[in-house]
Design a protein around this ligand. Structure first.
Ligand SMILES: [Zn+2]
Length: 160
Protein backbone atom coordinates (compact mmCIF):
# COMPACT_ATOMS: atom_id res chain seq x y z
CA UNK A 1 0.00 0.00 0.00
CA UNK A 2 1.27 3.45 -0.86
CA UNK A 3 1.62 6.33 1.54
CA UNK A 4 -0.99 8.28 -0.47
CA UNK A 5 -3.60 5.54 -0.02
CA UNK A 6 -3.09 5.67 3.80
CA UNK A 7 -3.48 9.47 3.58
CA UNK A 8 -6.64 9.02 1.57
CA UNK A 9 -8.05 6.58 4.14
CA UNK A 10 -7.26 8.93 7.03
CA UNK A 11 -9.08 11.70 5.21
CA UNK A 12 -12.09 9.36 4.93
CA UNK A 13 -11.82 8.43 8.62
CA UNK A 14 -11.94 12.12 9.53
CA UNK A 15 -15.25 12.42 7.66
CA UNK A 16 -18.38 11.26 9.43
CA UNK A 17 -19.74 7.98 8.11
CA UNK A 18 -22.85 9.69 6.75
CA UNK A 19 -20.76 11.84 4.37
CA UNK A 20 -19.11 8.86 2.67
CA UNK A 21 -20.47 7.01 -0.35
CA UNK A 22 -21.16 3.29 -0.17
CA UNK A 23 -18.02 2.65 -2.26
CA UNK A 24 -15.87 4.84 0.01
CA UNK A 25 -17.22 3.09 3.13
CA UNK A 26 -16.50 -0.34 1.65
CA UNK A 27 -13.00 0.74 0.61
CA UNK A 28 -12.32 2.12 4.10
CA UNK A 29 -13.62 -1.03 5.83
CA UNK A 30 -11.41 -3.18 3.63
CA UNK A 31 -8.37 -1.00 4.28
CA UNK A 32 -8.93 -1.01 8.05
CA UNK A 33 -9.09 -4.80 8.07
CA UNK A 34 -5.55 -5.00 6.68
CA UNK A 35 -3.91 -1.85 8.04
CA UNK A 36 -3.21 -1.72 11.78
CA UNK A 37 -1.86 1.84 11.62
CA UNK A 38 -5.05 3.22 10.07
CA UNK A 39 -7.18 1.11 12.45
CA UNK A 40 -5.39 2.73 15.41
CA UNK A 41 -5.91 6.10 13.78
CA UNK A 42 -9.63 5.39 13.38
CA UNK A 43 -9.92 4.29 17.02
CA UNK A 44 -8.09 7.39 18.24
CA UNK A 45 -10.32 9.58 16.07
CA UNK A 46 -13.42 7.93 17.51
CA UNK A 47 -12.07 8.55 21.03
CA UNK A 48 -11.47 12.22 20.28
CA UNK A 49 -14.93 12.61 18.77
CA UNK A 50 -16.44 10.99 21.85
CA UNK A 51 -14.37 13.23 24.14
CA UNK A 52 -15.42 16.36 22.21
CA UNK A 53 -19.04 15.32 22.46
CA UNK A 54 -18.54 14.78 26.18
CA UNK A 55 -17.14 18.26 26.88
CA UNK A 56 -20.27 20.34 26.24
CA UNK A 57 -22.29 17.68 28.06
CA UNK A 58 -20.11 17.96 31.16
CA UNK A 59 -20.47 21.74 31.18
CA UNK A 60 -24.19 21.63 30.41
CA UNK A 61 -25.97 23.75 33.00
CA UNK A 62 -29.05 21.53 32.88
CA UNK A 63 -26.99 18.54 33.98
CA UNK A 64 -25.38 20.58 36.76
CA UNK A 65 -28.80 21.71 37.96
CA UNK A 66 -30.10 18.14 37.83
CA UNK A 67 -27.12 16.86 39.78
CA UNK A 68 -27.47 19.59 42.41
CA UNK A 69 -31.19 18.83 42.75
CA UNK A 70 -30.41 15.13 43.10
CA UNK A 71 -27.80 15.77 45.79
CA UNK A 72 -30.23 18.04 47.65
CA UNK A 73 -33.02 15.45 47.41
CA UNK A 74 -30.66 12.78 48.70
CA UNK A 75 -29.56 14.95 51.62
CA UNK A 76 -33.21 15.73 52.40
CA UNK A 77 -34.14 12.03 52.33
CA UNK A 78 -31.23 11.17 54.63
CA UNK A 79 -32.21 13.96 57.04
CA UNK A 80 -35.83 12.77 57.05
CA UNK A 81 -34.72 9.23 57.76
CA UNK A 82 -32.55 10.47 60.61
CA UNK A 83 -35.49 12.39 62.10
CA UNK A 84 -37.74 9.37 61.74
CA UNK A 85 -35.22 7.10 63.47
CA UNK A 86 -34.84 9.65 66.29
CA UNK A 87 -38.62 9.76 66.65
CA UNK A 88 -38.80 5.96 66.80
CA UNK A 89 -35.96 5.86 69.34
CA UNK A 90 -37.81 8.41 71.50
CA UNK A 91 -41.18 6.72 71.08
CA UNK A 92 -40.02 3.22 72.05
CA UNK A 93 -39.35 3.88 75.77
CA UNK A 94 -42.53 6.00 75.99
CA UNK A 95 -44.62 3.23 74.49
CA UNK A 96 -42.95 0.71 76.79
CA UNK A 97 -43.55 2.90 79.85
CA UNK A 98 -47.19 3.58 79.04
CA UNK A 99 -47.72 -0.14 78.34
CA UNK A 100 -46.14 -1.03 81.71
CA UNK A 101 -48.42 1.49 83.47
CA UNK A 102 -51.65 0.72 81.66
CA UNK A 103 -51.42 -3.06 81.17
CA UNK A 104 -52.37 -3.94 84.81
CA UNK A 105 -55.28 -1.48 84.62
CA UNK A 106 -56.50 -2.93 81.33
CA UNK A 107 -56.14 -6.43 82.80
CA UNK A 108 -58.35 -5.34 85.72
CA UNK A 109 -60.85 -3.80 83.30
CA UNK A 110 -61.04 -6.96 81.24
CA UNK A 111 -61.39 -9.04 84.39
CA UNK A 112 -64.16 -6.77 85.67
CA UNK A 113 -66.06 -6.72 82.35
CA UNK A 114 -65.53 -10.46 81.88
CA UNK A 115 -66.83 -11.28 85.34
CA UNK A 116 -69.75 -8.88 84.94
CA UNK A 117 -70.69 -10.33 81.55
CA UNK A 118 -70.43 -13.84 82.92
CA UNK A 119 -67.54 -14.94 80.63
CA UNK A 120 -65.19 -17.64 81.88
CA UNK A 121 -61.66 -16.35 82.63
CA UNK A 122 -60.06 -17.90 79.46
CA UNK A 123 -62.46 -15.90 77.28
CA UNK A 124 -61.64 -12.44 78.63
CA UNK A 125 -57.97 -13.43 78.99
CA UNK A 126 -57.83 -14.20 75.27
CA UNK A 127 -59.58 -10.88 74.66
CA UNK A 128 -56.96 -9.14 76.77
CA UNK A 129 -54.10 -10.87 74.93
CA UNK A 130 -55.68 -9.87 71.62
CA UNK A 131 -56.10 -6.27 72.79
CA UNK A 132 -52.42 -6.12 73.80
CA UNK A 133 -50.89 -7.74 70.72
CA UNK A 134 -52.91 -6.09 67.95
CA UNK A 135 -51.54 -2.53 68.45
CA UNK A 136 -47.99 -3.90 68.68
CA UNK A 137 -48.55 -5.88 65.48
CA UNK A 138 -50.00 -2.84 63.73
CA UNK A 139 -47.07 -0.67 64.84
CA UNK A 140 -44.50 -3.21 63.65
CA UNK A 141 -46.24 -3.56 60.28
CA UNK A 142 -46.31 0.23 60.01
CA UNK A 143 -42.61 0.50 60.87
CA UNK A 144 -41.80 -2.23 58.38
CA UNK A 145 -43.74 -0.49 55.60
CA UNK A 146 -42.17 2.84 56.46
CA UNK A 147 -38.71 1.23 56.53
CA UNK A 148 -39.08 -0.44 53.14
CA UNK A 149 -40.53 2.77 51.74
CA UNK A 150 -37.46 4.71 52.88
CA UNK A 151 -35.07 2.02 51.71
CA UNK A 152 -36.81 1.94 48.35
CA UNK A 153 -36.58 5.73 48.02
CA UNK A 154 -32.92 5.77 48.89
CA UNK A 155 -32.27 3.03 46.40
CA UNK A 156 -34.05 4.69 43.50
CA UNK A 157 -32.23 7.94 44.24
CA UNK A 158 -28.92 6.21 43.82
CA UNK A 159 -29.76 4.19 40.75
CA UNK A 160 -31.41 7.01 38.75
ZN1 LIG B 1 -3.48 2.48 6.15
Amino acid sequence: MTQSSHEEMRRLIACSAGDLSQAQQAMLREHLQDCTACRDYAAATADIVRALRGVPLAADSRLIRQTQARVRARAFALRQRQQWLTLVALACPLVGLSAALTTPLIWRAFEWIGTRAGFSPPVWQVGFAFYCTVPALLVSVLLLLRGTHLAHNGHSQESS
